[in-house]
Ligand binder design. Sequence first.
Ligand SMILES: CC(=O)N[C@H]1[C@@H](OP(=O)(O)OP(=O)(O)OC[C@H]2O[C@@H](n3ccc(=O)[nH]c3=O)[C@H](O)[C@@H]2O)O[C@H](CO)[C@@H](O)[C@@H]1O
Ligand SMILES: C=C(OP(=O)(O)O)C(=O)O
Length: 441
Amino acid sequence: MNAFEIHGGKPLKGEIIPQGAKNEALQILAAVLLTPEKVTVSNIPDIVDVNKLIALLGDLGVTIERLSKDTYTFEAKNINLEFFQSQQFKSKGGSLRGSIMIVGPLLARFGKAAIPKPGGDKIGRRRLDTHFLGFEKLGAKFNYNAETSFFNVDATNLQGTYILLDEASVTGTANVVMAAVLAKGTTTIYNAACEPYLQQLCKMLNRMGAKISGIGSNLLTIEGVSELGGTDHRLLPDMIEIGSFIGLAAMTASEITIKDVHFEELGIIPNVFRRLGIDFERRGDDIYIPSQANYEIDTFIDGSILTIADAPWPGFTPDLLSIILVVATQAKGNVMIHQKMFESRLFFVDKLIDMGAQIILCDPHRATVMGLNKQVQLRGIEMTSPDIRAGVSLLIAALSASGTSIIHAIEQIERGYQDIDIRLRSLGAEIKRIDAMPKSH
Ligand SMILES: CC(=O)N[C@H]1[C@@H](OP(=O)(O)OP(=O)(O)OC[C@H]2O[C@@H](n3ccc(=O)[nH]c3=O)[C@H](O)[C@@H]2O)O[C@H](CO)[C@@H](O)[C@@H]1O
Ligand SMILES: C=C(OP(=O)(O)O)C(=O)O
């Protein structure tokens, strides 16, 4: 079993280039199924979840060529719909959250699709109603077999219509958009999610011949077309990685430059880190974070304690709240972290408390952090990563802590962060991969 061993407490220094965005990659890769023509995608991160989806496309019959480390071409000319019945699909298809997004394109192009209940992080209930209610509105029929955890969807003729989404689901919106682009007539999707991932997807679909307007808003209008063609697409840098590196720099008092961040696409993210008191400069398209001995959490204008909560875009992404929480443990001041979307994503604070952090978990959604203002350093401990973002937060905590930490279950981290140990070592971190079992086993 792979684990990371970290000797913390040492400032880091240097430049880091963010990988391509994981969650965008999953949408874009699913969209290659919408055309028999070649689609070239660059800046693809070499991470477990993305590689699993690429393998799944290959199993479905997509011809895949790897042109360089991060650039692939995909040609979905001959799709093997029989694959849905295979045992292999039943076990592999559900192993990541992103696989659910093959349903929309397959439904649009072939009139049917199937998918095992998808995986992803165990961070609370993760329903799929938005996806299937959206398909149903377009005229599809679906059934869910609770015994086999398998969804089957059929639709010979998707018909454009008005859809008020159940909630602004990221993957749900992507799925319904991909189904609607080849439907007859006009589809209007209201309460659409509008993360940069989705904006990128819609722009790519338009380059393929789709007619989507309202991109970037929560009201999308899609005029159905009869076919789509090939295109080239480059993924944005991963905004969650960028946020993770800002947090890492602050917590370890490191001087770090994050390269080519596409600042305009980061929305409210830089501002939220600023409200924690973190100093940084925009230099061209880089973010420069100076080494900072201390940082002080802002209050609300009336002087009351700051709350940082997640919300659908352009609100603050839930995927960075765990990072914000860990960074707050060494800030001056107090903050309430409110994770509204997921109900089991804050339980990892137990490990931070073991390391010496001052946190009260008020309930599964809310934690109050009393910052230590770097007067007490966290202590290294042995711990297990429960999910991808908690994993990176624990990694940041370990890099700032005195002594040695061991983090188990690092596959949780590696499904979303490419070569993280190698990249951190190049900044001077003492991190190595070891073979170790968690103590409780
Ligand atoms: C592969 C992928 O892209 N995963 C991302 C995607 O997951 P995913 O698309 O699966 O997440 P959804 O946007 O569907 O919803 C996430 C959770 O938030 C809740 N919810 C959602 C919308 C809303 O307005 N109110 C609300 O409470 C949902 O009930 C669900 O529990 O979006 C999540 C929310 O940004 C991110 O954490 C995931 O990293
Ligand atoms: C929750 C996440 O991923 P997934 O939706 O793939 O589980 C994430 O990227 O933070």
